[in-house]
Design a protein around this ligand. Structure first.
Ligand code: FAD
Ligand code: NAD
Length: 468
């Protein structure tokens, strides 16, 4: 081994890990290691480059393109004249790519005490990392490490898949042209969001799921409603296994096994969205002495400490949740614990919400009804339709609802599930109530609710809970 540079702190990953560094670290000698993500090897991690932010910019665009569908029932006939894909794509990435390259420049040149090492890294010992940069291989050590190396799209082992063009969320938003037909494998978050985006922009979408429901991790009523609506909008093939893939002209042909036997599907493009794999394998965390948890994630305690003293992990590589707001929270915990070793704090994962920005939107927090049942928890529910509140009449909504679960004796809110317009925004006051211990009765009666605004959905759901 040549000369080994030693740092006070090494951070692996420029997604959430990049937010650790502020002025309080000015006296520290820090290295941040990043291999680059997506087709352009970008700086700044998943959310900025290939995740939350571009997808939601596409979702908003898709919502706008869907306006004719919602206008008709209101008596407003609209027409979608054209979708300028390259303009949409370039507008979105014009904004994102410059933020990414600005962040990279700042990290590379902005502070004398921070070194940006660009390249693939893997552990070669406890608190020892080897980085493969363009200039060659460099081994570094540090007193403290933060592992924030995230995950990557999982590619299934399907015969013939290596012979066809496979898109993942990493590159599908940058396609040169919109295809006529797209097949999406997976009916989870990413499948549901991209099915909305591409179908709203005029692509014929076929969605393949291996179970009998789309978004099956959601509350059973929400998942059932979403599945029903998805089947109206897309060619939804459930209970299907993909037996093989092969090229078909310039596109792809999939051979499926389903309830009615064998079938084939052809499309111009294939998007695989069946979950994500933590990057702990590529990083060889075992060589660094880091213990793994279920699914290959790095095991951490409530302070985000790994099994090696002085090494923390956060975000997708260690968290049970693959959500940016969770990664951000864990980042703040690690930041505090680095700066205040004598008064460490713990991550709070008690009330973690999520949202799926499909059409309709979905947002949820707390227990699903199936979880409450399985755990033998005493609960009551109320399902409040959008169609039964004034703003729901204005929207002529006939499919959306909010479902609440609460403890019948104390009124404590146990879970909330919303499917319909602005679901994530409508959920936020419930998250607040659950986090700060506000019970359903006090929440419903103890404040004004703006009339006739959409949060009346929540007010009515709370009032309708059959509490003792
Ligand atoms: C399509 C999509 C949409 C999403 N939408 C949402 C959403 O709407 N809301 C939400 O809350 N969450 C969303 N997420 C999830 C969210 O993006 C992630 O939870 C979050 O970005 C994880 O952050 P992180 O810091 O843990 O990892 P990342 O941001 O993935 O950062 C890890 C970094 O480490 C680098 N790296 C990895 N291995 C190495 C190595 N060996 N050497 C050097 N560098 C390495 C990677 O290149 C990467 O830049 C979405 C995810 C996807 C894929
Ligand atoms: N709005 C958001 O917050 C948002 C958006 C996108 C992604 N994300 C995060 O990214 C993660 C990854 O998203 P995702 O949609 O890839 O994963 P997911 O876990 O949401 O869904 C994957 C789906 O693929 C299925 N599946 C797994 N293996 C399969 C196989 N071999 N063949 C067919 N189907 C298979 C699973 O049963 C599941 O239904 C999410 O779990 C989420 O945490 C969040």
């Amino acid at each position: 081994m040549g000369s080994v540079r030693h740092f006070d702190l090494v951070i692996i990953g420029s997604g959430s890990g990049n937010s650790i560094l502020d002025d309080r670290f000015d006296g520290w000698n820090v290295a941040i290691v990043e291999k680059g993500i997506g087709p352009n090897d970008a700086f700044g991690g998943t959310c900025l480059n290939v995740g939350c932010i571009p997808t939601k910019m596409f979702v908003h665009t898709a919502d706008t393109a869907s306006a004719p569908g919602t206008g008709t029932k209101l008596g407003v006939d609209l027409q979608l004249e054209s979708v300028r894909w390259s303009d949409i794509r370039d507008r979105i990435f014009g904004r994102i790519d410059s933020i990414s390259s600005g962040g990279e420049k700042f990290r590379a040149e902005g502070k004398d005490n921070i070194t940006l090492l660009q390249g693939n890294a893997h552990f070669t010992g406890v608190k020892q990392l080897t980085v493969h940069t363009d200039e060659g291989e460099e081994t570094i050590t540090a007193d403290r490490f933060v592992v924030a190396a995230g995950g990557r799209p999982t590619i299934p082992d399907i015969p013939g898949l290596d012979q066809v063009r496979v898109h993942t969320s990493d590159d599908v938003m940058r396609m040169a042209e919109l295809p006529e037909r797209m097949v999406i494998l997976g009916t989870g978050f990413i499948g549901a969001e991209f099915a909305h985006v591409f179908s709203a922009l005029g692509v014929e979408v076929t969605m393949i799921g291996r179970s009998g429901q789309a978004l099956r991790a959601e509350d059973e009523d929400v998942s059932a409603r979403f599945t029903e609506l998805a089947a109206d909008r897309w060619d939804l093939r459930l209970n299907r296994a993909v037996a093989a893939a092969e090229p078909a002209g310039d596109g792809v042909r999939l051979h499926l096994e389903g309830p009615d036997g064998a079938e084939t599907i052809e499309a111009d493009e294939l998007l695989v969205a069946i979950g994500r794999t933590p990057n702990s394998d590529l990083l060889d965390v075992a060589a660094g002495g880091l213990k793994s948890a279920v699914g290959g994630k790095i095991a951490v305690d409530a302070q985000q400490r790994t099994s090696v003293e002085g090494v923390w992990a956060l975000g997708d590589i260690s968290s049970d949740y693959e959500l940016k707001h969770v990664a951000n929270h864990e980042t703040r915990v690690v930041q505090h614990n680095l700066l205040n070793p004598d008064s460490p704090v713990e991550s709070d994962h008690l009330v973690v919400p999520h949202a799926v920005f499909s059409s309709p939107q979905i947002a949820a927090v707390g227990l699903t009804e199936q979880q409450a049942r399985e755990r033998g928890i005493n609960y009551v529910t109320k399902i409040q339709d959008y169609g039964a509140i004034a703003y729901g009449w204005a929207m002529e909504d006939t499919t959306g609802f909010a479902k609440l679960l609460a403890d019948p004796d104390t009124g404590r809110i146990l879970g909330a599930h919303i499917i319909g317009p602005q679901a994530p925004t409508l959920l936020q006051p419930i998250i607040q109530a659950m986090q700060f211990g506000l019970d359903a009765r006090t929440m419903a009666h103890g404040q004004y609710w703006i009339h006739p605004a959409m949060p009346e959905l929540i007010e009515n759901a709370l009032l309708g809970l059959p509490l003792n």
